[in-house]
Design a protein around this ligand. Structure first.
Ligand SMILES: *Cc1c(COP(=O)(O)O)cnc(C)c1O
Length: 496
């Protein structure tokens, strides 16, 4: 069978195998790697429904990462989806508020990023071997709070790799920050920046496409790669759990094979929802993909008007991992709806970086009908947490609550009562303060430690291991810089 190649959203030339795309992270022209076609589901839904999470991951990831041998993929998947997850189901569904919450936070760092970042280090080191890479891989990552920790947890002390994470100093939750600055592993490095996530992401992307820097690195025995969702190795593992959710609904008799479902995704960089879109393109029966934003609602406006306009105030919210105005992965959707036209895609992205705005053609806008988009205010988000707690005794985190609030509005407007899966992207313990405030502001005066105990009481569940670890964790990373100082910080770290 012919291999599935990946090409850049911005250039015609470069075609690489899956393992090369994983290694490189970003294409040389600054574009994102996309599969030249989206594979179809490898078997009937009935047969897939019999598989465990790992076996399903073998099948689905195998379709995309087809230059990895079965043995290599098995090694990656078995190494990733093991006891690091606190449930053998890996991604369980919880019924509440008339929907099914797909809990993606049972991994080591209690956010959905673990679903892909527990396997990415295996995919990357395997790719390095396959492609005879001699250089040390330096993972350069901008984080809105959760990617950084999950990536470091995956790459810590992995031979042949190093990782440098940049996070916005004032743009993450206390638990997120503590998780990052206490990271162990000699090959990990965490740097706070005075700026927001978009600043960090822009500077990281710039370093990736800086040819002189790449040469300097290479001369010192290093190559860069990415653990952000711009890496196809992040996206592919995320396709698996949407299919798994559907199969769980089949197995419990909620849907019959072929019935359509809706999927709600609290969105920031557009990676998680793009994975759901890929699942739909593979043939998963999906009606609407519901893109939920917080008040940084650039995507809501985009889907409604066909105009992407980042020229607006960046807001800090209680769902910090979604505080993003430049959603990188949207570029992959733009490429798709432009009919795989790299020149057109490059045109839009150039306009975005020079003018801060671009407008789709009418034809492209018309092909966005797979999506519904809306946003939730801070009040609506808090109200969703409170309502679901009071009605169902189920406590959701602030990001998931943005999704739940948008779903309520969508149902009221459309009358669509299709069975719906909501991607539940983080444990409420990661955002304990905001979650408890939403339930009852009288918790506000309590210390962080008291609040973990409060949340255990309220939610009726024990605090996850990731929270327990923080009690004794020692701060190891204290560097702070401006966006302008990021490149120097990287050079200093690598001894260039
Ligand atoms: C990263 C993140 C999101 C946003 O996901 P994208 O793939 O960037 O759209 C939502 N919720 C949480 C908790 C996250 O960590």
């Amino acid at each position: 069978m012919a291999l599935l190649y990946y090409s850049s959203t911005r250039g015609e030339g470069e075609r690489v195998t899956a393992s090369k795309a994983v290694l490189k992270g970003l294409a040389d022209d600054g574009g994102l790697f996309v599969p030249e076609s989206i594979p179809a589901l490898p078997d009937s839904l009935e047969n897939l429904a019999k598989l465990s999470y790992r076996d399903l991951a073998m099948k689905i990831m195998g379709c995309f990462l087809d230059d990895y041998t079965e043995e290599e993929l098995k090694y990656c998947i078995e190494g990733a989806y093991d006891e690091k997850f606190d449930t053998p189901v890996i991604a369980p569904l919880h019924k509440a508020d008339g929907a099914y919450f797909l809990e993606l936070f049972h991994g080591k760092t209690i956010a959905f990023k673990d679903m892909a970042l527990s396997v990415l280090p295996y995919l990357m080191t395997t790719a390095a071997k396959k492609n005879d890479l001699k250089e040390k891989i330096i993972i350069l990552t901008a984080t809105s709070g959760d990617t950084g920790k999950a990536a470091m947890a995956g790459f810590a002390d992995v031979p042949g790799t190093g990782i440098i994470v940049f996070y916005p100093k004032d743009g993450v939750s206390p638990v997120q920050e503590k998780q990052m600055v206490t990271q162990t592993g000699d090959n990990t490095c965490v740097i706070a920046i005075r700026g927001n996530f978009d600043d960090a992401q822009r500077a990281v992307k710039k370093m990736f496409s800086d040819k002189a820097l790449a040469e300097e690195l290479f001369a010192h025995g290093y190559v860069f790669s990415s653990a952000n969702s711009i890496n196809i190795g992040r996206l592919v593992p995320q396709v698996v759990y949407y299919i798994y959710a559907y199969l769980q609904l089949m197995n419990e008799g909620t849907v019959k094979a072929g019935d359509k479902i809706n999927i709600v995704v609290p969105t920031g960089n557009f990676g998680n929802i793009l994975a759901a879109y890929y699942a739909k393109k593979m043939g998963l029966p999906v009606n609407k993909l519901i893109c939920a934003s917080n008040v940084n609602k650039v995507l809501t406006d985009f889907f409604r008007t066909g105009v992407y306009d980042r020229r607006r105030e960046f807001m800090l919210t209680s769902s910090p991992s979604m505080d993003i105005l430049v959603s990188s992965n949207l570029e992959r959707l733009i490429y798709e709806i432009a009919g795989s036209d790299a020149a057109a895609t490059k045109g839009f992205m150039d306009e975005l970086s020079t003018k801060g705005i671009y407008t789709l053609t009418q034809k492209m806008k018309d092909s966005l009908s797979d999506f519904h988009a809306d946003f939730a205010t801070e009040e609506e988000t808090a109200a969703a947490i409170k309502k679901i707690y009071e009605n169902d005794r189920y406590v959701i985190d602030t990001h998931t609550a943005v999704g739940a609030a948008v779903l309520s509005k969508y149902r009221a407007e459309s009358g669509d009562d299709t069975v719906t899966v909501v991607a539940s992207t983080a444990s409420p313990f990661k955002f304990a303060r905001s979650v408890l405030h939403a339930i009852d502001p009288s918790f506000d005066g309590h210390t962080d430690e008291e609040q973990f105990a409060d949340l255990e009481q309220v939610a009726g569940i024990e605090r996850p291991a990731a929270i327990k670890e923080l009690e004794t964790a020692v701060v190891r990373h204290t560097t702070v810089t401006d966006e302008a100082g990021m490149e120097d910080a990287v050079k200093a770290r690598l001894g260039l």
